[in-house]
Structures are given as structure tokens and as C-alpha cells.
Ligand binder design. Structure first.
Ligand code: ACO
Length: 329
């Protein structure tokens, strides 16, 4: 069976911008603190009528158009998200209906910020096994709906958006353009560092959970930061080492966009120059599972990725989870 490859990408971000100056009026913070600590200048916020599947739909249509594939020809749709429209049905099923992808199986993956690469690994396996030809992998988040807008330590970080990748089997004779490896990891012992405490079966919605905003994301930012920087360097070195490559072979590095300081520290430790790093956190904030496919789509559409380039994706997020993918374009 041929390996899988990414045939096309697409993305969508909502129109409404929320700047650091806007946030200064909402909580005790400053543009200076947010910019120096995170690199974020503004983020996008979904409109009142926009849910996860609406953002996913726009990104997906762009990926399908770029790939020249009809929705009716999709075999599988996977949506990576922690903010689905509803728990049931899944965002992927809602998206399947909106796209009219009547042949496609559909399900969601929840691995927080690592979700897109987790979903990519599932898609890669389905294609390599010969079970699917056309797979749509989407990262879509409306984090503004699970943000505690009174908590300055988290509300300045997150934004909304969606990115999509259309996958299929490698088609050229040498299989040059392909997914070389996808690696996914987890450590549930540290799950409480980043969580939405209520709304699930442990603590169903109640007056108390609403009053205490327990349906919103909580994060021990500083501790997560230190683990992320340490984990990501070895993750990237192991991913490249297994393929017989070094950081200097990478043409484009697409990290999850959680904090510009994490991105810079990881790139510096690896010796990857910053001009080879895809960065959109300044404009979009942390869009969780959507950050990597949006950044990848921006790079593809601006011509930053060329045939034969090695592209490296990496993420770290709630769960805890972390993941990497090495691609040849
Ligand atoms: N404005 C002003 N001051 C603030 C703000 C704010 N918005 N937020 C926190 N502070 C204060 C704190 O109260 C603290 O004050 P104190 O020293 O008087 O107690 C001080 O700033 C420092 O706080 P820290 O939390 O130590 O700040 P830090 O430098 O760690 O930055 C941040 C916080 C940006 C959250 C950082 O820790 C981070 O990016 N962490 C990693 C996030 C991550 O990778 N998450 C995983 C992916 S996300 C996902 O999966 C959904």
C-alpha cells in the first residue's frame, strides 16, 4: 500500500478581531504584558451564530477546492476539537451533513492542542491500510465559548479558527510527497494542569458549576510551559533522528501556537532559524487543534512550501498530549 500524503489544505478564521487593547478594558492586563509574555497581539472571535462545524465547513470547502475532490468522494472525516457544537452528534457528523459527504464515516478526536496531529495519525493509518482513499482532517475550535473572560491568566491566550487538510495516497512513482511519520504521546497523570472541570459525567452542569465558571478552561500556565519546552525539544530530535534527518534538513517548522516564547525556545534549542518557523500566534492567539492546520495552510498558500521540502509539525497540549509529524511535500 502507498503511504499517505497531504494533497491540499484550507483554513478559515472569523472576522471579529479582539485586540490586547480591547482586553485591557475587560480585565486587569496590559498590551505590554500579553505581547512580551505570549507574543499575542490580537485573536479572532466567532460570531454568535458560528459554532465549531461552521468554521470547519469553510476551511474544509477551501481544502476540497484546492485538492479538486468532491465532498461526495470523501471516505472519512475526522474533526479534532475540544469545542464541538454539541457532545452528540459529533462535530464531524454535523460537518459531514453540511458538506453533503454522504459516503464518509465521521468522528471527532479530542487531544486538545495536539488534536490535529492525533487526527492526522488516524487518517494516515486508514490510508496506509488501504481502507480509505480520501480523508478530510480538520482542526476547528471556538475556544471563546469555553473561556472565562474574568480570568486574566487564560482569557488573553485563546482564539477561534479552523484548518483542514485533505489526505490521500501518495501518487507519484517514487512516493516522494508523503507523510514520513506521525508520532503521538500522552501522560494522563498531568491532566489537571489544563482542564475544563465541569460539563462531563464527573461534574454535570449545575447552578454551582455555572456560578464558579467550571465549564471554562483552566490552566496551570507556568508549569505547562516548562514541561512543554522540555518535551518538545526531545520530541523533534527523536522524530528527525528516526528518519535519519537533522534540524538543518527542515524547510518549514510548524509548531502549535501556544506561546511565542515556547516556539522561539524550541527553535533555538534545535538550531532552526526563525525564518523557517510558521508563526501566526501574533494574529490569532492559541487556537488549539486549529493552530497547526491554519499555519500550514497559510504557508502553502503563500508559496513557502515547495515540492520536496521536509516539513515538521509538532504540538503539546491538554491531556497532557504531545505529537509530531514529519512530511515530505
Ligand atoms: N496580565 C497581567 N498579568 C498577568 C496576566 C495577564 N493577562 N496573567 C497572569 N499575570 C500575572 C500573574 O498573576 C503573575 O503575577 P504574580 O507574579 O504577581 O503572581 C505573573 O503575571 C506571572 O504569571 P505566570 O503564570 O508565571 O506567567 P508566565 O510567564 O508563565 O506566562 C502563560 C503565562 C502565558 C500562560 C505561559 O505560562 C504559557 O504560555 N504557558 C504554556 C501554555 C501551553 O503551552 N499550554 C498548552 C497548550 S494549550 C491547550 O492545550 C488548549
Amino acid at each position: 500500500m502507498p503511504p499517505a500524503r497531504i494533497r491540499a489544505t484550507g483554513s478559515y478564521v472569523p472576522r471579529k478581531r479582539l485586540t490586547n487593547l480591547d482586553l485591557e478594558k475587560m480585565v486587569d492586563t496590559s498590551d505590554e504584558w500579553i505581547t512580551t509574555r505570549t507574543g499575542i497581539r490580537e485573536r479572532r472571535i466567532a460570531g454568535p451564530a458560528e459554532a465549531c462545524s461552521d468554521l470547519a465547513l469553510k476551511a474544509s470547502k477551501r481544502a476540497l477546492k484546492a485538492g479538486g475532490v468532491k465532498a461526495a468522494d470523501l471516505d472519512l472525516i475526522i474533526v479534532a476539537t475540544v469545542t464541538p457544537d454539541t457532545f452528540v452528534p459529533s462535530a464531524a457528523c454535523v460537518l459531514q451533513s453540511k458538506l453533503g459527504a454522504s459516503r464518509a464515516a465521521a468522528f471527532d478526536v479530542n487531544a486538545a492542542c495536539s488534536g490535529f496531529i492525533y487526527a492526522l495519525s488516524v487518517a494516515d493509518s486508514f490510508i496506509r491500510s488501504g481502507k480509505c482513499l480520501n480523508v478530510l482532517v480538520v482542526g476547528s475550535e471556538v475556544l471563546s465559548r469555553v473561556t472565562n473572560w474574568q480570568d486574566r491568566s487564560t482569557c488573553v491566550l485563546f482564539g477561534d479558527g479552523a484548518g483542514a487538510a485533505l489526505l490521500g495516497p501518495a501518487s507519484d512513482e517514487t512516493f516522494q510527497s508523503r507523510i514520513i511519520s506521525v508520532n503521538i504521546y500522552a501522560d494522563g497523570n498531568m491532566g489537571d494542569l489544563l482542564m475544563i472541570p465541569a460539563g462531563g459525567s464527573r461534574r454535570p452542569a449545575s447552578e454551582d458549576t455555572l456560578k464558579n465558571r467550571l465549564h471554562c478552561l483552566q490552566m496551570s500556565g507556568n508549569e505547562t510551559f516548562k514541561i512543554a519546552v522540555k518535551t518538545l525539544e526531545s520530541l523533534v530530535r527523536n522524530t528527525l533522528g528516526a528518519a535519519g534527518l537533522t534540524p538543518s534538513d527542515i524547510s518549514l517548522f510548524v509548531p502549535h501556537q501556544a506561546n511565542l516564547r515556547i516556539i522561539r525556545a524550541t527553535a533555538e534549542r534545535l538550531g532552526i532559524p526563525i525564518d523557517k518557523v510558521a508563526v501566526n500566534i501574533d494574529r490569532l492567539g492559541n487556537t488549539s487543534a486549529a493552530s497547526i492546520p491554519i499555519a500550514l495552510d497559510e504557508a502553502v498558500r503563500s508559496g513557502r512550501v515547495k515540492s520536496g521540502d521536509y516539513v515538521l509539525l509538532e504540538a503539546f497540549g491538554g491531556g497532557l498530549t504531545w505529537a509530531s509529524a514529519l512530511l515530505r511535500w
